[in-house]
Ligand binder design. Structure first.
Ligand SMILES: *Cc1c(COP(=O)(O)O)cnc(C)c1O
Length: 374
């Protein structure tokens, strides 16, 4: 039996044509054309002045922190439940991550918990648009502004999501995206950094190219920095995907609707929330099943040919942070993260799923939940 995949892209002839054109023509004087077009189109889509195409979202967060001057002795607040890529770059720059709790409905950073985590050392906060949903950005931005804390919006999972018509990625001093193969819009591997600020844009261009600004004296580097660039082939793929963004997002929302209808009668479970005024793009359809362990659900669904993922483990519970005192404190304090994460799973949400496959997943899940949890 073929496994029903948990994540994956939707590639058409358009993407293949753009990449083929890049392979043939994106050299010599046309080498920079596709990255430039992708950056311009992406900035316009999100609604920011500048966009810089990068090899990953991880590098976009790293460069955001560097450009903002975050370093040793500083603290950066992140939600406790997110992919580790949100937090890892905080360690790259020698700063300390602080793990705030999430909201029980949106599963995104809770503004009150964020505020309680602020100390004299706090320099930045990285709210995450988890699984395509959005946190209460008004509240988070209000707290950040009152304490002079920079906001880096991790919109890796939320291309096209909106609050009151304003797009994900435009709510922070910088906004960052991922185009990993599992994400809604993909370049295989890739990322983007967005900002309205001229100075940060210039600094990011400098830091991502071995410490030299575009147009500087050749091979005469003024700082030791990084090499974080996106290739023309990746940018061609990204541009084609961006030109199909409405179709990609409609499909994501349709997949969620198929699940919602099919799971409506199942008692006690919770699926992704969409607050009034918010447009959730449902990167991953997710269910919380109280009383069940996610590892058991994933195993039993796996036996029925359904690939699922665990809801992110709280970062403060990971071996990666075992030696960090803050992780112990966060584990004792972040009640919501520790309540929802153990019984949450991501259901198959690949863009090529059929309605029949979604029905199969729901039948398998209902069959499992009809018996007591192991
Ligand atoms: C995927 C993801 C990232 C990292 O993206 P990469 O492109 O793999 O570096 C960062 N944050 C979140 C929330 C993600 O889901």
């Amino acid at each position: 039996m073929d496994r029903i995949p948990v994540a994956g892209p939707w590639i058409t002839q358009k993407e293949i044509d753009y990449v083929a054109d890049a392979a043939r023509n994106a050299w010599y004087e046309r080498a920079g054309e596709y990255p430039r077009r992708f950056e311009q189109a992406f900035a316009e889509y999100v609604g920011t002045k500048h966009a810089v195409a990068l090899p990953s979202c991880t590098s976009a967060i790293h460069l955001s922190l560097m450009a903002l001057g975050v370093g040793p002795g500083d603290e950066v607040i992140v939600p406790d439940v997110t992919w580790i890529a949100t937090a890892a770059p905080i360690s790259y720059v020698g700063a300390t991550p602080v793990f705030a709790d999430v909201d029980p409905k949106t599963w995104c950073l809770d503004a009150a918990s964020f505020e309680r985590c602020i100390t004299a050392r706090t320099r930045a906060v990285i709210p995450v648009d988890l699984y395509g949903n959005m946190p209460d950005m008004d509240a988070i931005r209000g707290v950040a502004a009152a304490h002079r804390i920079e906001v880096i919006e991790d919109a890796a999972e939320a291309v096209g999501s909106e609050i009151a018509g304003r797009r994900a990625g435009s709510f922070g001093t910088t906004g960052v995206f991922s185009f990993h193969g599992s994400k809604t819009l993909t370049t295989g591997e890739g990322g983007m950094l967005l900002t309205d600020r001229e100075d940060l844009h210039r600094r990011v261009l400098f830091l991502r190219d071995h410490g030299r600004a575009p147009g500087d004296k050749a091979f005469f580097n003024t700082e030791v920095a990084h090499k974080y660039k996106m290739s023309a082939l990746q940018a061609a793929l990204g541009l084609a995907q961006l030109e199909r963004i409405d179709e990609l997002l409609e499909r994501k929302r349709a997949i969620f609707e198929w699940y919602r209808e099919s799971l409506a009668g199942v008692d006690g479970i919770t699926v992704n929330h969409e607050a009034p005024g918010t447009r959730n793009t449902y990167w991953m359809v997710t269910v919380i099943v109280p009383g069940w362990r996610k590892e058991d659900l994933i195993r039993l669904l796996g036996e029925r040919g359904v690939a699922c993922r665990p809801f992110f483990y709280p970062l403060s519970s990971l071996p990666a942070y075992a030696r960090l005192d803050e992780a112990r404190r966060a584990a004792a304090r972040n009640r919501v993260s520790y309540e929802i994460s153990p019984s949450g799973i991501n259901l198959p949400s690949a863009l090529r799923l059929t309605r029949e496959q979604v029905a199969q997943v729901c039948d398998a899940l209902k069959g499992i939940l009809a018996r007591p949890a192991p």
